[in-house]
Design a protein around this ligand. Sequence first.
Ligand SMILES: O=C(O)CCC(=O)C(=O)O
Length: 232
Amino acid sequence: MRRPRSSAPCSSGRIATAGMTDLFVREPGLPGLLHRPYWSAEEQRTAVTAVRAVTEDAPFYQPTMPRTGRPFSVRMTNCGALGWVSDRNGGYRYQPTHPVTGLPWPPIPDIILAVWAAVAGYPHPPEACLVNHYAPGAKLGLHQDADEQDFDAPVLSLSLGDDCRFRVGGTARGGATRTLRLMSGDVVMLGGASRLAFHGVDRIYPGTSTLLRDWFPAGGRINLTLRRVTKP
Ligand SMILES: O=C(O)CCC(=O)C(=O)O
């Protein structure tokens, strides 16, 4: 079932940057978590084209868990100066090159950087854009984004393609959690008191979007997670 849009998506070209976060839905009980539709349908198509070009230079690969070497069900790649990677021997980390090709990550496309500039409320650009591809059936366990040096910068996440059930809780493992349904074009920001909130993706709702069908015939979801890694 589609969620009715209470307001039009706001592209950075149409809405003033100042006070942008005032337009977000603040989730009760989750201070610092902001969620709202952001990209229009046309902007979503432009973003998919840009991300697809990124993956021609930096193809998706299957990361593995530290120590166990168990593969993630999500495939990943990155753009930006630094990319987040994980494998059995090296664990979770950022590095400037793709773990399979050995090449530097491609730059973050302008349409994605523009969202950070408009929304993040942080005066320095993101250094990493993790690109997650969830095929139907893929999920991501509850975790904290804590591999960065500067928690003053928020984590900003964009959704493209099928809806998902996003789970978010507090900053302690094992605490109460709640779920949000994220749809194509939505932005979520974890900042302030929610910067270190545990979060994950329980499931994808297959067939809820046709946006990625030309690229992935089975559909699925692309998530773009923007992070500042180093202290400026
Ligand atoms: O797919 C999402 O919405 C969340 C992704 C995420 O939590 C991560 O990559 O750390």
